[in-house]
Ligand binder design. Structure first.
Ligand SMILES: CC(C)(COP(=O)(O)OP(=O)(O)OC[C@H]1O[C@@H](n2cnc3c(N)ncnc32)[C@H](O)[C@@H]1OP(=O)(O)O)[C@@H](O)C(=O)NCCC(=O)NCCS
Length: 157
């Protein structure tokens, strides 16, 4: 069954630095104003050889994306979002599963991420996919009024 609002099954495509412009617009649609990433930051992130990312496209319309980076046997999910109109249709779960499969094929054996302790949808998602809380980074999200702690979550592949 197609996710609601998708006109075709979402297809994963690798993100490149040249995607930074529209990716910044998509990021702004998904995140609070104080946590937006400008196109210049996204372009330089994607130019890093250790970085990788994917976007799910329904026809040509982006519905969700994931960005990560790897070092040795470990990879990090740096950010992840589903467009509001497409949420709760399994898109983020597919992105994370594909990310883990890709990392496993690259020889990684551990995925970690940081998530704001008050981001209950994301924590529920990661827990459902087998991530476990490993620690806390106090006041990690400083750009938000009243700094928020991050949970460090880990999944062994
Ligand atoms: C968190 C986010 C990526 C989830 O995307 P999504 O495509 O809606 O997630 P999925 O449909 O794949 O959800 C999979 C599971 O995650 C959990 N989940 C997702 N959204 C949830 C919500 N709002 N409340 C509770 N659980 C939620 C559920 O267990 C869900 O399974 P279910 O629908 O069978 O109950 C999305 O809400 C988002 O883009 N938020 C803004 C950006 C953000 O916070 N990104 C995370 C940064 S770490």
């Amino acid at each position: 069954m197609l996710p609601k609002g998708c006109t075709a099954p979402p297809v994963l495509r690798t993100l490149r630095a040249t995607d930074a412009g529209w990716l910044a617009e998509l990021h702004a649609e998904c995140f609070d104003e104080k946590r937006r990433w400008p196109a210049s930051f996204l372009a330089s992130f994607l130019q890093n050889p250790a970085a990788f990312g994917g976007v799910y496209l329904s026809q040509t319309e982006p519905v969700g994306f994931i960005l990560g980076q790897g070092a040795a046997e470990e990879a990090e999910i740096v950010t992840l979002a589903t467009r509001p109109a497409f949420q709760r249709q399994g898109i983020a779960a597919m992105l994370v599963e594909d990310f883990c499969t890709f990392c496993h094929k690259q020889g990684k054996n551990r995925i970690f991420l940081e998530v704001a302790e008050n981001n209950l949808p994301a924590i529920a998602l990661y827990r459902k996919l087998g991530f476990e809380k490993q620690g806390i980074r106090p006041n990690y999200y400083q750009e938000i009024e009243n700094a928020v702690d991050a949970w460090v979550m880990i999944k062994l592949l």
